[in-house]
Structure formats: structure tokens, C-alpha cells
Design a protein around this ligand. Sequence first.
Ligand code: PLP
Length: 352
Amino acid sequence: VFNFSAGPAVLPVPVLLKAQSELLNYQGSGQSVLELSHRSDLFETILHETESLLRELMDIPDEYRVLFLQGGATLQFSMLPLNLATNRQMVDFIDTGSWSQKAIKDAQAYATTRILASSASDGYRSIPVEAVTSDADYLHITWNNTLEGTTYTKAPQVGVPLVADFSSSILSEPIDIRQFDVIYAGAQKNLGSAGMTLVIIKDELLQRTPQSSGSYLRYDTHAKHHSLYNTPPTYSIYLTKLVLEWIKEQGFETVVQRNRQQAAALYTYLDQSTLFSNAVAISDRSRMNIPFSTGQVDLDTQFLKFAERNQLVNLKGHRSVGGMRASLYNAMPNSGVDALLSVLHRFEQGER
Ligand code: PLP
């Protein structure tokens, strides 16, 4: 089947095959990767290589630390204010939808929150354009909005540290890390499997954490121990290494081009269709998550059934948005998008 899930998402077939081949006996050690001690040389090499590959592919400058944590992107909604909202106890947000709101709600437990701009008034079909200024401890944005299918294309310029949730678009396009102070992402969309959360944080922010926080909740703990303070999500880190090797083998540019072409092909179809449409402002359309609908609940349901009969799975839109959503993460092959376009066309022609 072709899997259009928003996450956990499709993994590259070569990655799954490599993981399968190494599952029982990792590099002649007689142990499964799952069984390796996180203190073993074998695992430390995996961890080290994962970080080097990320640094290379994302061009991460030396003054940023790369942390492999657990708790999903959701734990970051609390860790960020706990560690960083320590001067004015104030966090600013730009509200671009459901994940922004979850981040805001959690930050409210630790700090005063303000919403500097929001696209709520147009049903989150765009990214707010107005210039913002902030005097908070940091500004938080959600770069790619997984449910609503919008994305930033340019980082807002503010005089305070910029924190960005990249969960659903990390490594799908080149970004200039220096425009951000913290970038975080759950692994289960573009990086690997659920269980690992990537945090890229500027060194100087590690000083902000108050002494009173529990050890796991402190970024400086993980930075000091190179993500080995406690047992890290070892298998998920290993899978990320395989995914990064897969990206490097083709060249990151090839992956980026493929993402652009796939999204363009689907949007082109939707824009000329007389049955299906995508409601997002053209300049803010996500390349990773593409919601669409016929505008009629019954017809959407019929389409989803038709798609499933044709081996296209997990196309149902999030319940808060409705309709359909195609997530086209890095591992989606062109043949998956071709199959989707063909099924859309056949349905539009009246096939059921
Ligand atoms: N932020 C965004 C943009 C997401 O898409 C998701 C999950 O889909 C999350 C945060 C939450 O991630 P997790 O389930 O890893 O906590």
C-alpha cells in the first residue's frame, strides 16, 4: 500500500530492509541493535554518527548542541518554558493552529503567554504576515502545521530567541539554522520512528535553566552527557541514522527536489479539479501535509473508501479539519503520488 499517514509515517524501503538485516546480529556483535547497551562502543558509534550526519545534512553550526530526547515534541511544549522562560517568565507565540495552541496551553503552566499574531480568523488557512516585535524570553512558532497544511517560508525577525517546532517538515527543505535559537521535532515523520525527539539548541541558551528543575527536564543535563544521561531511545536513534544515510546517499538536494515536485503535482491537480480543492493560501501551502476535500462529507467518505480499495491508506483528514490529507514526507515515492493522482482522477470521472 501507499501510506499517506501524518505520523508515524512511511519509512524508506531500503531503511526497513537494512534494519531487518541488522536486527538479529548487529555488525557481527551477536546482539540485536535493540539489545545493545547504550554505554557500549557500538551504540556510542551509532549516536556519534547520527549526530555527524545531521550536522552535515542540516549544516548545523558548532555553536548549536544536538540532543536526542524522549517525550515527543509534546514534552518540548513544557521543557521550553521550564528552561528558557526564566528571565521575564514570558513567552510570545504566533498562533498558526492546533499544534501552536497545544504549545501555548502547556507554556501557560510555567509562564505568561501572549499571542502576537494569529491566523485563527481565516480558519488557519494562512501564516500571519504582520511584522511582530517581542520582549519576551522567546518567541515560539510552528513552522509546518501538520493538520492545517500551512508552512512558514521565512523565519520572523524578532529581537528575542526564536524557537520553532519543525516536527512535520524537518529535513524536507534546506533551512538556515542560524535564524533560529531552538529547533525541535519528533522523529516519527521525516527522521525515523516514534520515540526520539530531536532538539537543536544554541549553546548560550543552556545557561538559562534554573537549578530547581529535575535533571531530565534540563537541556544542560542532556548537553553535558551528550544525550546519554539516561537510557536514550536507542532503536529510534539507530533508525534515524539509517534514514540520514539514505538521504545522504541520494543527496539532500535530490530529496528536496522530489518533495517540491510531488507537492506541486498534487496542488496542480487540486487547483484544476472541479471536484476536489485545497483551501490554503497559495504562498503558505505545506509541501508535507496537503489537506483537500470535495466539500461534501458523504463524498469525502466515499472517496476515502475508494482510495483504500486502491491501496491508498491513511488519507483521512484530521477530525478537526475533516476531508482528506495526503502527507508526502521524504520517504513517499513518486509512484505513491502518481497512484494518488490517478485515483483522484478516476473518482472525479465518476468511478466508485
Ligand atoms: N508538533 C507538530 C507540528 C506535530 O505535527 C506533532 C505531532 O503530530 C507534535 C507537535 C506532537 O508530537 P509528538 O506526538 O511527538 O509529541
